[in-house]
Design a protein around this ligand. Structure first.
Ligand code: NAP
Length: 344
């Protein structure tokens, strides 16, 4: 089979996040192949990218996925909730023998990807990279950067501060499907939370400063715990975005400029602690959906040019040199503050 070495299939290609991913892949010189289940919506998405191929395919029809991937060098799955799409698209990627990446934020799905496909992907020599995205990916890269040469840590916190969260239809549906299925990572295990989410304060770097935060379950607890030796992994978020997400009246995001990015701002602040020392790595930027595109685009580029450190199911932090990866995205896509260490 003659694969186009720059062809990257994007599944769910007419979704909100996928639009950023398709544009980012083109910017990097790839030829996105738009894949989706609705021919009309696929055609209208392709209008924004003249010359782009489209493939109608359904996760319920493996042969249609095989045809869609037949010319691709890699596949990026942006069709969520991923509970419905991850397994069939990973199966198709393994049949095609090409790398698979997704932007899943669902803990259960990311966990299942590791458990169900770890051995098969390793034996096939194929990279399967779940949650290569704002949730699950950026925190994992920052966690690796913060840890640096530490072989382990006592605890690690990923603290998110968003000025707002205007959720897409896909986010709403994903949140709805995952209600009541959340896990926390404590005592070296992923377990259902013992009570209501933790509350407290977190001291973000200036200008944010001290904010009230709430415990949150994200794909980060899964990705970080797969490869970093830390018995306590906490995820926290400031209150305003959680209020937005919980309010059914909150509208979806809108573009604030020609790039399509919204005005939403984010800070992801990661602190690892070990034997009285503390190391911190921080990233900030605009639009959690848009920033997912350079994260996954950079990962595709590194996998296809041979910079992935391993095959099998792996997180972004496991696959790549995390500080180098983060520096490659700065300053165009995010601001990255490299680890600082102090005693606490
Ligand atoms: N980890 C992160 O940080 C991160 C970042 C961004 C997005 N995400 C996740 O990515 C997903 C998409 O988000 P979005 O903002 O792009 O939402 P969106 O704009 O609603 O797009 C969802 C896309 O997925 C497709 N899709 C959904 N279910 C499908 C199925 N069973 N078969 C085929 N296609 C299907 C939709 O097609 P139809 O319209 O035909 O259903 C649409 O193209 C969500 O699960 C979200 O949580 C995660």
């Amino acid at each position: 089979m003659n694969r186009h070495h720059k062809g990257v299939a994007v599944v769910g290609a007419y979704g909100h996040t996928a639009a950023f991913v398709v544009a980012e892949l083109r910017r990097r010189g790839f030829a996105p192949l738009l894949v989706g289940r609705d021919a009309t919506r696929l055609r209208s998405a392709a209008l924004a990218h003249p010359g782009t191929e489209t493939h109608v395919a359904s996760v319920a029809d493996p042969a249609s996925l095989d045809r869609a991937l037949s010319l691709a060098a890699a596949v990026v799955n942006c069709a969520g909730p991923f509970a419905d799409t991850a397994a069939p698209v990973i199966d198709a990627a393994l049949r095609a023998g090409i790398p698979y990446l997704d932007v899943a934020a669902e803990q259960a799905v990311v966990l299942e990807t590791f458990e169900r496909y770890g051995r098969r992907a390793r034996e096939a020599g194929v990279v399967v990279a779940p949650a290569t995205a704002f949730y699950g990916g950026l925190g994992d890269l920052l966690a690796c950067a913060a840890m640096g040469d530490w072989p382990d840590a006592d605890d690690l916190t990923i603290a998110f501060a968003l000025d707002s969260w205007l959720p897409t239809r896909g986010t709403r549906e994903t949140v709805r499907r995952n209600a009541g299925r959340h896990l926390v990572f404590t005592g070296n295990r992923l377990v259902p939370p013992a009570g209501p989410p933790a509350t407290g304060t977190w001291s973000f770097p200036p200008p944010l400063g001290v904010q009230e935060v709430t415990g949150l379950s994200t794909a980060d607890q899964v990705t970080v715990s797969r490869h970093l030796r830390v018995p306590e992994i906490r995820v926290r978020m400031n209150r305003a975005p959680l209020r937005d997400l919980g309010d059914p009246a909150t509208p979806p995001p809108t573009a604030a400029d020609g790039s399509g990015r919204s005005a939403q701002t984010f800070v992801v602040d990661v602190v690892a602690r070990r034997a009285g020392a503390e190391r911190r790595a921080t990233a900030s930027g605009r639009d959690i959906y848009a920033v997912t595109a350079p994260l996954v685009g950079e990962a595709v580029e590194r996998i296809l040019d041979g910079r992935a450190r391993r095959t099998g199911v792996a997180t972004a932090g496991e696959l790549f040199d995390a500080p180098d990866f983060l520096r490659a995205l700065a300053p165009a896509h995010l601001t990255y503050t490299a680890p600082g260490e102090h005693r606490h």
